[in-house]
Design a protein around this ligand. Structure first.
Ligand code: NVA
Length: 244
């Protein structure tokens, strides 16, 4: 009943299965209520300014959950609204996903400082949040991405600053085989994220060496976990044999 009497607004500019349902189930399970607004037809700020939206919403709801194209939409809403704003995926970050993933790693392995996760594939929003979360927990992350598809340099620099304090290790490795050697978990995501569909063909040429298949899994530690934020494109970034 932590959220009894509280109402939460959710605006999603992109499709969602897991994030939407888990937020709705979570808020309702804690005694709160939710308004979900399907914002796929037009961007949140198409009809009026974000500041105007923020100043209305803050009068009625206890928190705002956003899934957006531009990361600036989330930042701008947080700047203008005096209630908490939660990023439920933007072009740059997917923090709730990474928190849930590190909770899973904690449940499976315990001490996160002794865990090494290898992320192979596209250096996208999910990788950025895994990277920042690993850094905050003092965990170890290896990043296996093709040239030109690595993580955002500002996010990487921020993670490295945090790692200096927490003792996390961050390694950038182009070769997927070297990246996964002996790791506790291999993580991947779709080669083409939402909003980048025009690049699908080009990406399909670049990423096949980064497919997580039985051979790649065999190079990780025995009993290593496979992780994926989903939705998966089966037999592209991961084979059926691995994901099943
Ligand atoms: N990187 C993916 C994550 C989907 C949950 C995307 O942004 O489309």
């Amino acid at each position: 009943t932590a959220l009894a009497g509280k109402h939460v607004a959710m605006f999603f500019e992109k499709p969602s299965l897991r994030t939407r349902i888990t937020f709705e189930a979570g808020v309702c399970g804690l005694g709160g209520t939710v308004s979900f607004v399907d914002q796929r037809q037009e961007r949140l700020d198409a009809r009026e300014s974000l500041a105007d939206i923020a100043h209305n919403l803050e009068r009625w709801v206890s928190a705002i959950v956003l899934r957006t194209f531009a990361h600036e939409t989330v930042e701008s809403m947080a700047e203008h609204a005096c209630v908490p704003v939660i990023n439920a995926l933007s072009e740059i970050e997917h923090p709730c996903q990474a928190l849930a993933d590190y909770f899973t790693l904690y449940e499976k392995f315990g001490n996160l400082k002794k865990v090494t996760l290898a992320y192979v594939g596209d250096g996208n929003n999910v990788l950025h949040s895994l990277l920042l979360t690993a850094a905050l927990f003092g965990s170890n992350i290896r990043i296996g991405t093709p040239k030109g598809y690595g993580p955002n340099s500002q996010i990487l620099a921020d993670a490295r600053e945090i790692a200096k304090i927490t003792g996390a290790t961050i390694e950038l490795i182009t070769d997927p085989h070297k990246a996964v050697r002996g790791v506790d978990a291999i993580y991947t995501d779709a080669w083409t994220s939402m909003g980048h569909e025009r690049e699908t063909e080009e990406r399909a040429r670049v990423f096949p060496p980064y497919q997580v298949n039985d051979e790649l899994m065999a190079e990780a530690a025995p009993d290593a976990l496979f992780m994926h934020c989903l939705p998966a494109h089966r037999n592209e970034e991961v084979t059926d044999s691995v994901i099943d």
